[in-house]
Design a protein around this ligand. Sequence first.
Ligand code: PGA
Length: 277
Amino acid sequence: MLGADPRPLLAANWKMNPVVRADAVELARGVAPAAAEHEGAVEVAVFPPFCWLAPVAGALDGSGVGLGAQDCHWERSGAFTGEVSAAMLSGWCDWVIAGHSERRAMFGETDEQVGRKAAAALGAGLRVIACVGEREEEMDAGRTEEVVRRQLAAVTAAVPAAEAHRVVIAYEPVWAIGTGRSADPAQAGATMGFVRAGLAEAFGQEAASRVRVLYGGSVNAANVTSYVELASCAGCLVGGASLKVEEFSTMIEAVAGVADGRGFPPTPTLPREGGGS
Ligand code: PGA
């Protein structure tokens, strides 16, 4: 497990929130105590909008909470109006999200671009959460594995196995994001197992075992345990519920409770769902 963080990861994707700087600072300060209390068992990272990275970094100083951006550009610099490069982010934060489904759907981000973003982020010394997940019509057509395989392959092709430990894959079914319609844990677990198998194929079993696979999509305090208990799941990417201090703090506690009872991340041998070992 050299180079792998053995803790489950609870990542807070704040999206385009909060609107006011003081609220961003307050939110960061609010979640820091629970994160600090359970730091040994759970890794917590928050992903505010670009403009709040600096004030949130100040608010989190010494808390052990990681900080990330929600996107980056793959070029180092140049004529890319409105963009922020991975190279610019290094020094301001530790993480970046690549290929969130909202960016794919609303801003036309392609698999190839997501791969380039992941590679640029690693090159800049950042850690990456790369997102994969099928749309509802793709699930209905029985194409979940085909879509996830294609999206994952674009990421693994861009990442050397030696850097795999700095990559996290978030499986987020698009139909579950922001809808309150969270995926059935067994079904999500099966797809995360499929992701793990794809990682092993791309990186080899040992390097793949260092990649954490998260679930995302309407995760909240009531259901977070049902995902983190799955053998293939090493944490969650949380949107809406991460904007509520009390709820997110409860989630940190819940994940710590599961983490205390088992070793993370899943063992290199492909785990079976439901065993929780
Ligand atoms: P949600 O968002 O928790 O609000 O569904 C998750 C995400 O988009 O990462």
